[in-house]
Design a protein. Sequence first.
Length: 436
Amino acid sequence: MGVELKHEPSGWDAEESLEELAQLSVTANLAIVGQTFQRIERVDPATYIGRGKLEEIQTYHADLQFDVLVFDEALSPRQQRNIEEALQGVRVLDRTALILDIFAQHARTREATMQVELAQYEYLLPRLTHQWAHLSRQVAAGGGRRGRGAQGAGTGPGSLGAGLRGPGETQLETDRREIKRRIAQLREGLEDVRRQRSLHRAQRRKTGIPTVALVGYTNAGKSTLLNTLSSKANVLTADQLFATLDPTTRRITLPSGKPVLLTDTVGFIKKLPTALVAAFRATLEEITEADVLIHVIDITHPKAVEQSMAVESTLAELNAADKPTIVALNKVDRVSDHAEIAPLLEEFPGALVISAAKGSGLEALMLRVEDVLLEHMIPVKVKLPYRAADLVAIFHTEGSVEWEEHSEEGTMISGYLPERLLDSFEEYFISGSGRK
């Protein structure tokens, strides 16, 4: 069920947005039997859509006998309840619940499981009265009950089929307390994960190796790109939405021989639930801490520009919009007429055209990474005593050396260093050198 607000254009028309909703539904193991949409002036606070449209859907139900109605919008608990009461026996899901369900299916590691479970419980809490039962037994038994959906391991409040992965409403007040207790536990656990990630990033920074993060709309080809650039990555790739939830970092070598750490991150999507952005904060910090972003765009998608705007919106939400970014227009191997790419090259000046699957354009991409890293280096002159030989090695590995002299007192080097390394060299700066 799609809705288009007449006075709030989004760049997507209702039919196109419904096509993506259908992909999400199939990923969640739902069989599509029909679709409909409505253009409205304003949202009805009781049922979101108008009364006439709701009556039309009741007629569809009589003919199609569907079990689930999925909305391409976020519904309030009241709206969800009222629509279900009007469609007796039909489960109503909104876009947020559907995405949470897909994340529940794809979560594999403990970190991803905790992140999804937290988002599920926070979504569930205001809906508890109407929708779920027996929560206290499930949570008291050791946290969110794990079930098994059609594609494998579920997570959090159980895996009972699309949008049904959750507990219910007996002993309501006890259940609310149990949910709040579990939310507190999950937040504490994820804060530990966040601290551990911060420590790992600090250790990586000490090595001086720059980090590059792959970002993009879900199914744009980020994991394929990581696998191609690093034969050791072995990241799951599939022609489906949100195939990868956990970040994977691999060391690769640039054409100059310098190493970088390349990280694949969870894909973005339009109307990405705020609860998921918050729950995946520890994971998404890999983006905010990166030196360079590679924004991978699927040029075969008819809404490639709008998808890129959704990515940029999420990056802004993460305070990462100002990061040095390289745009990679991916899947050129699927384009028969390269003239079709011209509008995108105009939209994204300086973008590189690549095929992550076939490997074409990747050498140019890595050369661009080197150039961007160099552009964001600081000119310095240092005099390093021989006891600091490790810093000499780091300067050669991670910086750019213009000249070098050796004397009895140590090694003098003039060149460029990444800003993140300046603290390590600061005590050895020659007068006038250092930060801009």
